[in-house]
Design a protein around this ligand. Structure first.
Ligand code: GLN
Length: 197
């Protein structure tokens, strides 16, 4: 199994370090045609406005949207979570619409309000350390989506089908619980039909 990391902008190197630690094969993805070579994709934190400049050309957004249909899981952290959401507010912007949540950008305030907090997840009994950097807040979770982690009574990680999103940066802490959960999704994925891989 090879996990792709979208490497247009943002903290993609931090995700690569986590996958190295977990002993997983990975590759950076900078062009839509490189998606065929990976079995799952991580969308890192960064600036969604910058990422969208690249993604809104040469069919990149459409290619990403097809990944779960092809049985390939997606994991978005912070900016990646915003890109996976169905609805983005403040301001509204284009997204993949793969997870039925409404997400509000920069909702904790400006850079100074970035913080390390502790929250609870359904993944392990232990509290999870969560790094928030100009993070969005999930304001609505649709019926098909499932909350995986909470912090300060707000949902901060949500999954739907093959898509997982977190408004914080698990790639910046030593706790690999969320990445491991994503890898389980990737390993459990149905085999692609013959000739499609
Ligand atoms: N504020 C960024 C955005 O809206 C996300 C921040 C992050 O990924 N750390 O795109």
């Amino acid at each position: 199994m090879k996990v792709g990391i979208l490497a247009l902008q943002g903290d993609f190197e931090a995700h690569a370090r986590v996958l190295e630690r977990l002993g997983v094969e990975w590759a950076y993805v900078k062009r839509p045609n490189e998606l065929a070579a990976v079995d799952a994709l991580i969308i890192p934190g960064g600036e969604t406005t910058t990422m969208l400049k690249f993604l809104e050309s040469n069919g990149f957004l459409e290619a990403l949207r097809r990944l779960p249909v092809e049985g390939k899981p997606l994991f978005g952290t912070c900016a990646g979570a915003i890109l996976l959401a169905k609805e983005v507010t403040k301001p509204p912007q284009a997204s993949l619409g793969l997870v039925d949540v409404t997400i509000e950008r920069n909702a904790y305030g400006r850079q100074v309000s970035s913080a390390v907090r502790r929250g609870r997840s359904t993944l392990t009994g232990a509290p999870l350390e969560m790094v928030f950097i100009r993070a969005p807040i999930i304001r609505r979770v649709g019926a098909e989506a499932r909350v995986v982690a909470e912090c300060d009574a707000l949902p901060v990680a949500v999954e739907q089908g093959l898509c997982l999103l977190a408004t914080f940066h698990p790639e910046l802490t030593s706790d690999t619980a969320l990445h491991e959960h994503f890898l389980q999704l990737a390993r459990a994925r149905p085999a692609a039909p013959a000739g499609r891989r």
